[in-house]
Design a protein around this ligand. Structure first.
Ligand SMILES: Nc1ncnc2c1ncn2[C@@H]1O[C@H](COP(=O)(O)OP(=O)(O)OP(=O)(O)O)[C@@H](O)[C@H]1O
Ligand SMILES: [Mg+2]
Length: 327
């Protein structure tokens, strides 16, 4: 493993107007990204251009226009050096089920020509917590174990940049968490991680920065927190006893009363929360419980992608329901 410190300022991927056209279809459209030593998520729905982007950055697909550099090497002019600096775990499973876990990793160590391949193989298996099962055939591994085995293969040659295309698809909650924990460890050891996902909650929780992509176009790039703050209003719920006849606080709007729960929309939920409580107390309303809910990345995504002019929480709530039904 590398010992470099976590340094987000170090730029390992830089793209300039990176574009891929398949005939008339523009799968990736003038993409400009700068990625450092971080977990950088590219978040978008099916067909939005995530895999196409990864394929270009890993030198497996020729860009139609624009440039991309990985670790300072141009993907077009210097593909060999790019390949020596990276690892790529594709969207579809890549382990050989006829080999054991150890043999799968060893094969990669030898393919990459790493020094002391047996030692490196053991180290990668240990990091991914597969040592105990290293002699089992990969065909008896669970989906989560196979994904971890792919990660072990990918990091056996100590890449600077790791590309992961949908690393947690099809895994249960515990297996997903484990994969992300491993990804974080790699980031902390100095690796840049470029990861695609369409799971908004995972991007929100685990990525340092997220690019939201829709139909090949990057709509926004920022930390999950900053992206969520694009949606100006938070939702405050207050469970009360007593009659409510209205309060006035700048930046806070009463939305509706449902059973004994008042709902407010607030520009800044955290600062508004105590103000709402005080105002209600002064108005003779007893507050039993209250909470503030931040908008989620789902909200941001739908806001950007639908280009919705109406971003009121009411509308966002219905979007959220829609997503919930899909999920
Ligand atoms: N080889 C190809 N020839 C023609 N069109 C392609 C090819 N590969 C991808 N596309 C199209 O390019 C667009 C982007 O595809 P891509 O696979 O990059 O999307 P994605 O975001 O990875 O989707 P998913 O979430 O389903 O994996 C899609 O419309 C897809 O049909
Ligand atoms: Mg894909």
């Amino acid at each position: 493993m590398k010992n470099t410190e976590h340094n987000p300022a170090e730029h390992t991927i830089v793209t300039c107007n990176l574009t891929k056209k398949y005939g008339d279809l523009c799968a990736v459209n003038r993409m400009n990204l700068t990625v450092g030593n971080e977990i950088f998520g590219i978040l978008g729905p099916n067909g939005s251009g995530k895999t196409t982007t990864v394929l270009m950055l890993t030198t497996l697909l020729e860009p139609t226009e624009g440039t991309a550099e990985v670790c300072g090497f141009d993907v077009r002019k210097d593909p060999r050096n790019v390949r020596n600096s990276i690892s790529y775990v594709p969207q579809d499973m890549a382990v050989d089920v006829r080999l054991t876990g150890r043999e799968n990793v060893m094969m990669y160590a030898e393919l990459y020509g790493v020094e002391r391949p047996a030692e490196k193989t053991e180290e990668a298996l240990r990091i991914l917590e597969l040592s105990d099962r290293a002699d089992d055939f990969a065909k008896v591994y669970s989906g989560g174990m196979r994904r971890r085995l792919e990660l072990a293969q990918a990091l056996v040659h100590n890449p600077h940049v790791l590309f992961l295309d949908e690393p947690t698809v099809g895994l249960d909650v515990a297996a997903r968490k484990k994969i992300w924990e491993h990804i974080r460890t790699l980031r902390d050891a100095g690796m840049s991680i470029f990861v695609t996902t369409h799971y908004m909650d995972e991007a929100d929780k685990y990525c340092d920065r997220v690019a939201i992509i829709d139909r090949g176009v990057i709509k926004a790039v920022d930390t999950p927190e900053n992206l969520k703050s694009m949606i100006s209003q938070d939702v405050i719920s207050v469970s009360i006893s007593g009659e409510f006849s209205g309060i006035t606080i700048p930046g806070v709007r009463f939305a509706f009363l449902e059973d004994d729960e008042l709902v407010f929309y607030a520009d800044h939920g955290d600062t508004a929360l105590p103000l709402v409580k005080d105002a209600l107390n002064e108005a003779g309303v007893r507050v039993k419980a209250m909470s503030v809910r931040r908008p989620s990345l789902d909200d941001v995504f739908l806001h950007l992608v639908d280009n919705a002019e109406d971003t009121s929480p009411f509308r966002l709530g219905s979007f959220r329901n829609m997503l919930g039904k899909r999920g």
